[in-house]
Ligand binder design. Structure first.
Ligand code: BGC
Length: 787
């Protein structure tokens, strides 16, 4: 890569001057981080050292077109090969280099190392975040976090670049698999639990991508145009919960602009809101190559620039020398980074093993994956099934998709497929069909074009099976299981045709298998190995049962079998709505945005896409908030999920009928069926429509029961405060709970309310006063609910 030496020369002179000054005035030994205070260490740092600390180092990328990095960085060997980033060491001051690694589904590092044949460095592939959210169980998220964090620690990594919690604004979002939910409460609570789990290992997290980063289209130059109420209530709320309830070590700012300002350059977001209002104590890092003005980033409170390149260091040094950036601002960022360095395992000389307990973590994967699977349909108790002879259809039955692609992928040692899972549990699989699939997949893979770096490969399309072959299979086996799979990942959004919708071959397969097996009085079960919604409404009547297995991680074949066989009773609930058709999605027309014609690129690099704009005109009406309020019936609603047993909800009890202080809501859930199971109690509020229009229902609390035996009950309590009633009023920049009658609804899904009670709020309460935040352009029009 070419370097611009003419721009480097004056900078070197400035640096030399500053370094010399420091040496002459500093005859005493340099302060040492850990022995001296952070302030003393910062005071002893040269400008060059400060900038070195704030401008990071990436993995050894050598991709033409990306901005040049320091030659020295290129030569510095990686301690953890394949980790996404590092910080610079400053040995003179006892500041070590930290290692940062992706990502949400497990530690993403290279599994082998050059010149080291004695060992491998595989990490566990955990279930995707969408599955974890569908468990509606924060203990599950915390357990996965704790297991993943143990691998972070054991591989000598300091900070995991996870969890990610952007909102599922639209089912086509390419990275939705890394994210939890369409609802900020679920996203925030899951994130907080996951962070607590990871950080319990003495390592850090980076919650990302802060904020309003909901599509991959032109992701580094896309401006999210959004009203302040939606920004606060939907897109920032989860981050607020996570910061307040778990204090992540770091936050990663997002690639996009928000109402015209890069998120990584927005002081209102990174300083006023994140630090002053929410009390965040760690440091903020940019997403990789994000933003277009290093000085504006530091000024805004984006303390670390990742993965760092020469021009950024030059710009910061210049800004300090010409006074456009103050030393105080720079020092603040340096201090924040050093405070985290002090906590890091590397600083503490933690003697990591490079031998995480992959066996015990595999068990965590198997169990937690089953917790988040959602039974969508189960006519005539088609499931569970005892071991029997199965005709197993669908490519992904044999090549399970364990997770998504891009930085959220993991180099795992193996993936357990569904055929392996069923065989291990004593099922018999039609062997000729199995062989046909294995040969077909091998053949298709061999013909597949080579993938582009980082990009997902196109899926192998299904093969058609019909006629006599199918008749024979229906005669020989007792049930058909068909898996439909979808892959997605970073850099690319999903498509409507043949991705959200089924391909023609998939439709034909369902028709043919359904006819052949039903004609013989046998059932067909569909397993969905997907990361987000697909179209189901048009074909669901043709099948007996549908299990949404998501992308369940490396033990997936076992976990799916555990649910199909009834070893585990499914208790997952949708944390994201499955609409009937893509056109029903409130952002269908505005997603993923459009390119801006005639606008000069904000970032000059071939990976940055083009300037674009996504207008969030659905406002707060995202997911069920839209479907419920606008009367659009989804295929499967938010919060929905069946069980092999049945539950009742007793009366909803309140400790009082007025909101003159916290209100305690109590309900008893009883297992009235024949097998043990878990149920989720979901508490929604219907608020009075006053000045601020309200969604019909909003989730305010949730809890999952323990495993209840038949006949057993559990009482669950929730506490609500006036903050839970409040909406954000942009006119007064405050969270306001408006006076009136609130209905508190206990439900087993957003559409299935089991018990309700009213509570009165006598007068308006301003719960929190805030400040203006990233104002939208004048004239932004948002949709209005029908009245
Ligand atoms: C992704 C981040 C990731 C980073 C480092 C970026 O492309 O957006 O989520 O942490 O790369 O790999």
């Amino acid at each position: 890569m070419l370097r611009n030496t003419s721009r480097v020369a004056p900078i070197i002179i400035v640096l030399l001057t500053l370094t010399t000054t420091n040496v002459t005035c500093g005859q005493n030994p340099a302060p040492q981080l850990g022995k001296n205070s952070v302030k003393e260490v910062v005071a002893a740092m040269t400008l060059e050292e400060k900038v070195k600390l704030l401008v990071g180092m990436g993995f050894n990328l050598d991709i033409p077109g990306l901005p040049p990095i320091e030659e020295e960085d290129r030569r510095t060997p990686e301690r953890v090969v394949g980790a996404a980033g590092r910080t610079h060491a400053i040995p003179r001051l006892n500041i070590p280099s930290l290692t940062l690694s992706d990502g949400p589904a497990g530690v993403r590092i290279d599994p082998t190392r050059n010149g080291d044949n004695s060992k491998t460095y595989y990490a566990t592939g955990f279930p995707i975040a969408t599955l974890l959210a569908s468990s509606w169980d924060t203990e599950t998220a915390q357990r996965v976090g704790a297991a993943m964090g143990s691998e972070v620690r054991d591989y000598g990594i300091d900070i995991l670049l996870a969890p990610a919690l952007n909102i599922h604004r639209n089912p086509l979002g390419g990275r939705n698999f890394e994210y939890y939910s369409e609802d900020p409460l679920v996203a925030g609570k899951m994130t907080a639990a996951f962070v607590r789990g990871i950080q319990s290992n003495g390592v850090g997290t980076s919650i990302k991508h802060f904020a309003v980063n909901n599509q991959e289209f032109n992701r580094m130059q896309s401006n999210s145009v959004i009203g302040e109420r939606a920004l606060r209530e939907i897109y920032l709320k989860g981050f607020e919960i996570a910061v307040k309830e778990s204090q992540p070590w770091t936050v990663m700012s997002s690639y996009n602009l928000i109402n015209g300002t890069y998120a990584s350059q927005a002081g209102e977001l990174l300083t006023t809101l994140l630090r002053s209002e929410w009390g965040f104590k760690g440091f903020v890092m940019s997403d990789w190559f994000g933003g277009n003005d290093a000085v504006a980033q530091i000024r805004a409170g984006n303390d670390m620039l990742m993965p760092g390149f020469v021009a950024q260091s030059q710009a910061i040094i210049k800004a300090i020398s010409d006074g456009t950036l103050s030393t105080k601002q720079l020092d603040t960022s340096v201090e924040r980074v050093l405070n985290i360095v002090l906590q890091s395992p590397t600083f503490k000389h933690f003697n990591y093993s490079n031998a995480p307990d992959l066996t015990s973590n595999a068990r965590v994967v198997r169990e937690t994956a089953a917790e988040g699977m959602v039974l969508l349909k189960n006519d005539g108790n088609a499931l569970p099934i005892a071991p029997t002879k199965v005709s197993l259809f669908g490519n992904t039955s044999y090549e399970l998709i364990a997770g998504g692609t891009g930085s959220g992928d993991v180099n795992k040692k193996y993936v357990v497929s569904l055929d392996q899972g069923l065989l291990a549990a004593g099922f018999t699989i039609d062997e000729s069909l199995r062989q046909t699939y294995k040969e077909f997949i091998a053949d298709q893979k061999a013909r597949r074009p080579k993938g582009r770096p980082f990009m997902p490969l196109p899926p192998i399309s299904e093969m058609s099976i019909a006629g006599d072959r199918l008749e024979q299979l229906a005669t020989d086996s007792n049930i058909a299981v068909l898996t439909l799979g979808r892959s997605s990942g970073e850099f690319e959004d999903r498509q409507v045709e043949n991705d959200f919708t089924l391909t023609t071959i998939e439709r034909d397969l369902i028709d043919n298998i359904s006819n052949a097996f039903h004609a013989k009085g046998k059932k067909i079960v569909v397993v969905l190995n997907v990361a987000g919604p697909i179209e189901i409404a048009s074909w669901r009547t043709k099948v007996d049962a549908i299990l949404l297995a998501w992308q369940p991680g490396q033990e997936g074949g076992y976990s799916i079998t555990d649910v199909l066989s009834g070893k585990v009773n499914p208790s997952g609930k949708l944390a994201t709505t499955f609409p009937v058709s893509y056109d029903d999605v409130p952002s269908a027309k505005t997603f993923p945005g459009k390119e801006l014609v005639g606008v000069k690129p904000y970032i000059d690099n071939p990976f940055a896409g083009k300037p674009a704009e996504a207008v969030y005109d659905e406002g707060i009406y995202v997911g069920y908030r839209y479907y419920d309020t606008f009367g659009v019936k989804p295929a499967y609603e938010f919060g929905y999920g069946l069980s092999y047993t049945t539950f009742t909800f007793g009366d909803l009890k309140l400790n009082k009928g007025n909101f003159d202080g916290p209100v305690t809501v109590t309900v008893t859930v009883k297992n009235t069926g024949k097998v043990p199971g878990k149920e989720v109690a979901q508490l929604y509020i219907s608020a009075p429509d006053q000045k601020l229009k309200k969604p019909k229902n909003e989730l305010k609390a949730f809890a999952k029961t323990r495993l209840l035996k038949p006949g057993e009950s559990q009482t669950i309590s929730f506490e609500l405060t006036s903050k839970d009633l409040a909406s954000f009023d942009p006119a007064s920049s405050s969270w306001v709970a408006e006076a009136g009658t609130y209905s508190l609804n206990i439900a087993s899904s957003s559409a299935n309310i089991k018990a309700s009670r009213n509570v009165e709020l006598a007068k308006d309460v301003v719960v929190e006063k805030s400040q203006k935040l990233l104002s939208p352009p004048p004239g932004l029009k948002e949709i209005e609910p029908p009245r």
